[in-house]
Unconditional design. Structure first.
Length: 294
């Protein structure tokens, strides 16, 4: 077994979305103030910590699913024999600990505690809650929300936080929980009503905060919400094709949609440069993945 085999367990696109959640949380919490050098380091620390914890949770998820993947995903590293379950478990735990350490050291104790909570809820999801739709959705929603909260708390005085920052955390929780619930139907061929319903619900969950944004340019979030709507519509259409990917198409669109949701928030609070940067990041990730598949 080699390091390259272990790295095959890593799903980097999801880690990018986790880092974006933490960074967006920081920017929402600091929307009215110029970011200092120390605060920028704290923000980068929680983004790194959130991404590493996400990867650790995914690795542990593969450990939890090892027996099931023998028949469903035999090509994955553990069922294929490229990585042992014990090595993967150790790798996942080390990643989670490293992510929490990075968030704590660079982002501060409050941010570290939030990242630790994210890691804990991810482990609960992997090994206990994922067998039930609602508990599983709640556990993974809380994991993502913990990561977003770490960004909010990075370098911040807890008692001085704006209510909008906590609204962002709640929005991440709701969107993630809904997406996780939809993923429990991933292996089924959905009806048009089901695929369209989940796609619509995801967009509504993402767009509801628009009314609370206080930026002067209120149409700015449309730069991100319109691509999100288009992506979800296409995914819902593809999901019902006879030889198509099923509900997994909507789920994957929703996961990448985190970058668009965060971009909309950044436009909404007046961080236009960051919003456009995240839009470009979304395009880059989708382009890289499309090239890799081809």
């Amino acid at each position: 077994m080699s390091l390259a085999a272990l790295l095959r367990l890593v799903r980097w696109p999801g880690a990018v979305t986790a880092a974006a959640n933490a960074m967006t949380g920081f920017l929402v919490a600091h929307s009215h103030a110029r970011t200092t050098h120390d605060e920028a380091i704290a923000a980068c620390g929680v983004a790194l910590g959130g991404a590493v914890v996400y990867v650790g949770g995914v690795v542990l998820n593969d450990v939890a699913d090892a027996t099931r993947d023998v028949t469903i995903h035999p090509e994955r590293p553990i069922p294929s024999g490229a990585v042992t379950a014990a090595a993967a478990r150790t790798f996942g735990i080390v990643l989670c600990v490293a992510g929490v350490a990075a968030s704590t050291i660079l982002g501060g104790p409050w941010a570290g505690a939030a990242t630790a909570a994210a890691a804990l809820f991810a482990v609960v999801y992997d090994f206990a809650a994922k067998g039930w739709r609602l508990p599983g959705a709640a556990a993974l929603g809380l994991a993502r929300a913990g990561n977003a909260l770490a960004g909010v708390l990075a370098g911040a005085a807890v008692l001085q936080l704006d209510a909008l920052a906590f609204a962002y955390v709640a929005a991440v929780l709701a969107y993630t929980a809904l997406l996780t619930y939809a993923s429990t139907f991933e292996e089924r061929m959905p009806s048009r009503f089901a695929s369209g319903g989940f796609a619509t619900a995801l967009f509504v969950a993402a767009a509801v905060p628009w009314a609370g944004f206080f930026a002067g340019w209120r149409t700015g979030p449309a730069f991100a919400y319109l691509p999100l709507a288009a992506t979800l519509v296409v995914a819902a259409r593809d999901a019902v094709e006879p030889s198509g990917p099923g509900m997994g198409a909507v789920v994957r669109a929703g996961v990448f949609g985190f970058l668009l949701v965060d971009s909309a928030w950044l436009f909404g609070i007046g961080r236009y440069d960051n919003g456009f940067a995240l839009l470009l990041g979304y395009v880059a990730v989708r382009f890289i993945l499309s090239r890799a598949r081809s």
